[in-house]
Design a protein around this ligand. Structure first.
Ligand code: SAH
Ligand code: TRP
Length: 336
């Protein structure tokens, strides 16, 4: 290097960030909304919740007394991280839907402690979260490299950088439950392609339990989840010049016993017509008509096992918390 060339600060050298959010992403929002709001039963895909405000509201949800999944998953990680580090010898951790990587630190601590950890690869649609966590983690873990991928994990898994050694792919928070059953298996098959024979998938799934406990987790007494749900309308107002008044909609969270999933909906309090100028679209809602914004599937051991095998993965460890609320599974590619 030329003697006069500016030297990057040490932390910056440890960070690489690739962004795949471009015009295609805006088109994807437009297409999803056009498709979802003109269906006989209106619905929107969940990834559009997470703008900066949505991400902040989600962080608040994780702290709520009713929202047990975060605490339960953290408890499992705390109990098993050392063992997981020893078993996997992972040099890198790839995390899908990494968010603020709050619980991830438990795993990073263990891998760092075992002396194997070299790189963390967070993948998330929310740009600010990937950038912030890259900054903080390179400061917290000296020597750690962070290669952040800003993008849609449904479309950009090919852009996850090639492995530099044995890896763990983590998919925490029960986010896999936000896929419908068919697309869940398809997505797991794509994840399986990120794994070599020495690699592992570490996945968090919320478990089937008393519907009252489940419904409270998605309809808290402080109304934070309601605000999070309505936030998707604010995203449409801003990004697609729509004119929704979020207060025209009630937050609804119901456990569907047949499918064993939680459904989040927004229910129009009155008859209304919303205009989405960016799509040149008028949308009619009957009084009481509902827009489905999310499903969050709940799992039994059989359901997890069925999904993993359908994706060419086999269970190595089933880890749960003392109350049996949540499960973490370690799996790897089926040998043969
Ligand atoms: N892993 C964290 C956050 C879970 S919330 C935890 O366990 O607490 C879900 C995260 O996935 C959010 O950070 C959201 O921005 C991200 N996400 C949702 N859909 C996504 C998509 N299609 N592609 C990439 N990231 C997505
Ligand atoms: N992956 C989380 C879950 O299914 C996301 C989530 C929690 C969520 N609370 C929510 C999504 C409320 C929409 C509305 O548990």
């Amino acid at each position: 290097m030329e003697p006069s060339a500016p030297q990057p600060p040490p932390a910056a050298a440890a960070i690489q960030i690739d962004s795949h959010l471009d015009d295609a992403e805006e088109r994807s929002l437009a297409e999803d909304v056009l498709d979802g709001l003109t269906r006989p039963f209106k619905e929107l895909p969940p990834k559009h919740f997470y703008d900066a405000r949505g991400a902040e509201l989600f962080d608040q949800i994780c702290e709520l007394p009713e929202y047990y999944p975060t605490r339960a998953e953290r408890a499992i990680l705390e109990r098993t991280a050392t063992e997981l580090a020893a078993l996997t010898n992972a040099v890198e951790l790839v995390e899908l839907g990494s968010g603020t990587a709050a619980k991830t630190r438990v795993l990073l601590d263990a891998l760092h402690g075992a002396g194997t950890l070299k790189r963390y690869v967070p993948v998330d649609v929310t740009e600010s979260m990937v950038r912030d966590c890259a900054e903080t983690l390179t400061e917290e873990y000296p020597g750690l490299r962070v290669h952040g991928v800003i993008g849609d994990f449904e479309r950009h898994l090919d852009h996850v950088p090639p492995a530099i050694g044995p890896r763990i792919v983590a998919f925490l928070g029960g986010t896999i439950g936000n896929f419908t059953p068919g697309s869940r298996r398809r997505f797991l098959r794509k994840i399986a392609r990120l794994l070599s024979p020495d690699d592992f998938l570490l996945m968090g799934t919320d478990l089937v339990k008393d519907p009252r406990v489940l419904e409270a987790a998605y309809d808290d007494s402080q109304g934070v989840t309601a605000e999070f749900n309505r936030n998707v309308l604010r995203v449409l107002n801003r990004e697609l010049q729509a004119d929704f008044d979020p207060e025209d909609f009630d937050h609804v969270a119901l456990f569907n016993e047949e499918h064993e999933w939680i459904e989040m909906r927004l229910r129009a309090k009155r008859e209304l017509i919303a205009t989405v100028r960016g799509l040149d679209l008028c949308v009619h809602f009957r009084a009481g008509e509902e827009l489905r914004t999310e499903i969050s599937a709940k799992f039994t051991p059989e359901r997890v096992d069925g999904d993993l095998s359908a994706a060419g993965l086999e269970l190595v460890h089933w880890l749960t918390d003392p109350d049996g609320l949540f499960a973490l599974t370690l799996s790897r590619r089926t040998s043969r």
